[in-house]
Write a protein that binds this ligand. Sequence first.
Ligand code: NCD
Length: 304
Amino acid sequence: MRHLMSPLDFSVEELEQLFQLAMKIESHPEQYAHRCDGKILATCFYEPSTRTRLSFESAMLRLGGKVLGFSDAGSSSASKGESVSDTIRVISSYADICAMRHPKEGAPMVAAEHSLIPVINAGDGGHQHPTQTLTDLLTIRSLRGALEGFTIGLCGDLKFGRTVHSLIRALCRYQGIRFVLISPEELRIPGYLRTQLENGGFPYEEVIKLEDVIGQLDILYMTRVQRERFFNEEDYVRLKDFYVLTEEKLRMAKEDMLVLHPLPRVNEIAVEVDQDERAKYFVQARYGVYVRMALILTLLGLAE
Ligand code: NCD
């Protein structure tokens, strides 16, 4: 039995198979419409979500399976003090696979250790978000044709943004990728990631101003300032509008740069940018369903 805790749990070859399957599903959805007949996905979300939970549920329903679960800790027995390990033991007899999101780093890992069914980390605190990374990689692979040889700017909350942490770790396994890390001083990437970039000799630079580097980028990955992980509201208010991507700033960017964002967006991308050809974040959200369909099939051993 296999779980997905980190984007590195799959080898590059396995990821390639997963992406190929996702693309097959996109072009021939009818061939997969009954692959999961009789299977049940549990979505255990102890933290808010729109895309991740609903794309998981949509993925399972589109495969012919069924879904059950809860979308906030308050409506689960966590509010009575039940541990994640007890909850998953019980869910193991109600469902065939479980996607779990939790505000505590490592909680889905604890669940996986006590689970009799595959567990997918759907985001754990400020740590990792592997299925968003699968979505991001599939989007880049589809829109650029390859997962190598580009300069990616990651902009915004690089300290608490779990999607950024997972994406950097995943991209380090591909050739010719240069990272431009764009954030205010207070929201730079965690030390463990910087050490990883340095030890691996991966080209990266850390800058504060988006305008200084936007012209070099092939991909701009914008992120929201993660309000729920701040210790005080004052710091959040001071930093929340540090970056706002506008049409004016996009004039300095390459004609074919991709603008990605895991969403939800707050103010960091002006709504006017949605009309720009380079804005791909809604396309990206759509890829999230195909890649989760492919993931569910793979973890249930139903891929072929
Ligand atoms: C992200 C998350 O939950 O980390 N959202 C998502 O899953 N697409 C990003 C965010 O909340 O800012």
